[in-house]
Design a protein around this ligand. Structure first.
Ligand SMILES: [Zn+2]
Length: 294
């Protein structure tokens, strides 16, 4: 998929098109957005726009380079994501021919981007690119990288090998060390169109205005009950609410207090986490409405 297929992120895509087309590409980018936003697709399309020789700045989806990126086997583009220790162990063995030492059994079962993943990325970036003149690293689940691994990775961001492009995919940049964030260009990825149907947008508008005007909970309750117990519907509602608040931040809305908006967005993000961790949907939404309302 190239930029042409991405919907609902027009400003972002236009910005990335211009960057890729101009050839003035920064060494580090952070794509931030909720898990419902396809940040990986944006990053891969950006990689195509950078590397495609047929349609530079766009990506043609047909040439050998674009197809290799689609298949995940372009030699200069490395992708890593949170995984458990066993999967990583096999990879490291293939790369370094040795058994890495693993700490504890409990740690192994947790999915995260591990020190070993970052080590492989650094090895990759240190090599001379083979197909073109750029080495690209896409790190999904950047929120789960350990502080120790980030400490090591910081050196790569401070003195990147020539042609390096690093893309960190994060749900919330607050999870990343400030030293990393300050060295990257931050881009916001919104959930794609299909997830944000008109219904959830309407419900979100009603709910936000009810909360903002301080309506009592028994009124707000009716709006929440209409969303029901469906997790997907709740996620769509949260995405739409977050979009309303973010629009307010950019001066398009009615709420003027930025502190209030940041707090509301934080609460929405926590609510999304709660629902993702299989907490009761109705309870999570109720608690969100009460907390934002203060
Ligand atoms: Zn191409």
């Amino acid at each position: 998929m190239s930029f042409k297929q991405i919907t609902g992120n027009d400003e972002l895509v236009e910005r990335l098109r211009n960057i890729a087309g101009s050839g003035h590409i920064h060494n580090g980018y952070i794509f931030e957005g909720p898990w419902t936003a396809n940040k990986k697709l944006v990053a891969e399309s950006f990689a195509k726009a950078i590397l495609c020789p047929v349609e530079p700045g766009e990506g043609c989806d047909r040439c050998r380079i674009c197809r290799m990126i689609d298949d995940g086997n372009h030699i200069d583009v490395m992708f890593t994501e949170a995984e458990n220790a066993e999967t990583l162990k096999a990879k490291q063995k293939a790369e370094f021919g040795e058994e890495p030492v693993l700490n504890s059994r409990k740690k192994n079962s947790v999915k995260s981007v591990r020190d070993g993943n970052i080590e492989l990325i650094q090895e990759h970036l240190a090599k001379v690119p083979i197909e073109g003149d750029r080495n690209i690293a896409i790190i999904k689940d950047a929120d789960t990288v350990t502080p120790r691994a980030y400490g090591r990775f910081l050196k790569t961001l401070e003195e990147p090998p020539v042609g390096t492009v690093i893309m960190l995919l994060s749900e919330n940049v607050k999870n990343l060390p400030q030293t990393i964030v300050s060295r990257c260009v931050k881009m916001r990825v919104l959930p794609f169109g299909a997830k944000q149907n008109a219904k959830s947008a309407g419900q979100a508008e009603k709910l936000v205005s009810q909360i903002t005007s301080g309506e009592p909970y028994y009124c707000i309750k009716h709006t929440i009950e209409k969303v029901g117990k469906e997790r997907e519907a709740a996620f769509a509602l949260l995405d739409s609410m977050e979009e309303i608040y973010r629009n307010d931040l950019s001066g398009k809305g009615i709420i003027m207090d930025r502190e209030y908006i940041y707090r509301a967005i934080g609460i929405i993000e926590e609510t999304r986490d709660m629902i993702a961790r299989k907490r009761n949907v109705a309870y999570a939404l109720k608690s969100m409405a009460l907390r934002i309302g203060g």
